[in-house]
Design a protein around this ligand. Structure first.
Ligand SMILES: [Fe+2]
Ligand SMILES: [Fe+2]
Length: 171
């Protein structure tokens, strides 16, 4: 066996160890990463010093937040809504907060002057709403998810979540 054969065989084994049997991340791991990303962007939006900069950041927020929210509703909220009374409240609260965030994103998109006091105020309220929403999601909703779904199930949810996100169109 040549050195190259040994190398190819070994790298295939390594690849299989990394990819082949990897069940992937727990959905909560993915959600955590996305929550941090969107909170950084919201901070950037509020601190933006020109209309162009704020508009560019707003576009990034929409691209990150809209698919996250729609896939989260489908894969996380809908999964817990039927489980028990507490999960029903937590999931419904999440849906309401998502629709408020959608509305505010729509309002920001319509404002031509992104340096106006109105834009700044709306961006601040959206940032506060999302911070509150994420805090409750990570404590209440995630407790429901952990209670009702095993790690294996949550890895499956993660695969479906990532696939669902790709299908969502952002206007
Ligand atoms: Fe979320
Ligand atoms: Fe959410």
């Amino acid at each position: 066996m040549s050195i190259m054969d040994v190398f190819t065989k070994t790298s295939k084994k390594v690849e299989h160890a990394i990819v082949g049997d990897d069940p992937g991340f727990d959905i909560l791991h993915t959600l955590k990463q996305e929550h941090e990303e969107v909170q950084d962007l919201l901070k950037k939006l509020v601190e933006g010093e020109s209309t162009a900069a704020r508009k560019a950041t707003l576009k990034k927020i929409k691209a990150a937040l809209v698919p996250h929210s729609r896939a989260e509703e489908k894969l996380v909220y809908d999964a817990i809504l039927t489980k028990d009374k507490q999960s029903k409240v937590d999931g419904t609260e999440g849906y309401i907060e998502h629709s408020l965030a959608d509305k505010m994103l729509g309002n920001l998109g319509k404002m031509t002057n992104a340096m106006s006091p109105e834009f700044t105020a709306t961006a601040k309220v959206l940032k506060e709403l999302i911070a509150h929403h994420i805090q409750e999601e990570e404590s209440n909703v995630w407790a429901d998810v952990r209670k009702h779904f095993s790690v294996r199930h949550r890895q499956e949810m993660n695969r479906k979540f990532l696939a669902a996100k790709k299908k969502i169109k952002v206007n």
